[in-house]
Design a protein around this ligand. Structure first.
Ligand code: MF3
Ligand code: CO
Ligand code: CO
Length: 282
């Protein structure tokens, strides 16, 4: 079966959250391992002088070599095997002829399908040396993701994830992007629930937005993927229909894991097999 057999237009983003079995955990573990190994592989290839398309080519080759399918190819018209989001790009950056230069920071996001299961993960990378401020943003974003994950256990609340991320990030003077969120996944790429990365915020019209307060249950699978800006949280979508940038051009960082709720807490499906969690990787 090819990826074209999956009808992504039918993906429900609202409704029942699927509860998965022990065998389903096995499926996600394998998909997550391959996605994370792919991100490990990229650590030695990100460098000044390299194009983002060449990195995407490496992703595609790696994914097929490991018996997997890149979930993003054919997804709502997207044609690449990864998203590469440089500097002030928040997410969904499209790989292309752009050449990396010294000091660039970027998120690389890979989703693979293995035996029908989706492994979705992203990390930050540095080309060459990085400034202290970028390192602090990246460290904070990683810490925020992990703080969100650590709240996860049966009986805890979805909103606690967002609260942990928001408290940590805003405490460092950064802002949480509100326009994109994590998501349920499994045999589908994007499923309920929406996993927002804040507990609540007031928009520019004064309206309060709160994260949903559903109770987590064993067997739920979802991603947590905070996008944190060194500036305002506002997003602008470029004319290509994909690339989302920070409106004020501030630097943006993101990390993503796919996780499952276990009997006592959580399992991270997309942990780096080599312990390459965040840059610098060398
Ligand atoms: N991997 C992204 C996520 O975390 C989705 C990318 S969809 C694409 O959900 F089409 F932009 F690749
Ligand atoms: Co995702
Ligand atoms: Co992703």
């Amino acid at each position: 079966m090819t990826d074209t057999a999956i009808d992504y237009e039918q993906e429900p983003r609202e409704g029942e959250i699927k509860i998965h079995t022990t065998e389903d955990f096995d499926g996600m573990r394998e998909a997550g391992r391959i996605a994370a190994s792919c991100l490990d592989m990229l650590t030695e290839h990100v460098a000044p002088g390299v194009t983002t398309q060449s990195l995407d080519d490496l992703v595609r080759a790696f994914v097929f070599d490991h018996g997997a399918i890149p979930a993003t190819v054919g997804y709502r018209g997207y044609r690449h095997s990864s998203c590469i989001s440089l500097n002030h790009v928040i997410c969904h950056g499209i790989p292309g002829p752009k050449v990396l230069k010294n000091g660039d920071i970027m998120n690389i996001d890979v989703t693979v399908i293995v035996d029908g299961w989706h492994g979705d993960t992203s990390r930050m990378y540095f080309a060459g040396e990085t400034k202290v401020k970028a390192q602090r943003l990246v460290d904070t974003t990683y810490d925020a993701l992990m703080a969100g994950i650590e709240t996860v256990k049966p009986g805890s609340n979805l909103r606690d994830i967002g609260r942990a991320i928001q408290t940590l990030s805003e405490g460092q003077g950064f802002s949480v992007v509100r326009d994109f969120c994590g998501h349920g996944l499994g045999r589908v790429f994007h499923a309920p629930p929406n996993v927002v990365h804040y507990a609540e915020y007031k928009d520019r019209f004064g309206a309060i937005h709160r994260a949903s307060n559903i109770t987590l249950q064993q067997g739920m699978f979802f991603t947590i993927e905070p996008m944190i800006n060194d500036g305002k949280p506002d997003v602008k979508l470029l004319k290509d229909g994909w690339t989302a940038v920070s409106r004020d051009k501030s630097l943006s960082a993101q990390f993503e894991h796919s996780i499952g709720v276990t009997e006592t807490g959580y399992e991270i499906f997309t942990k780096s097999p080599k312990g390459l969690n965040k840059p610098p990787y060398a």
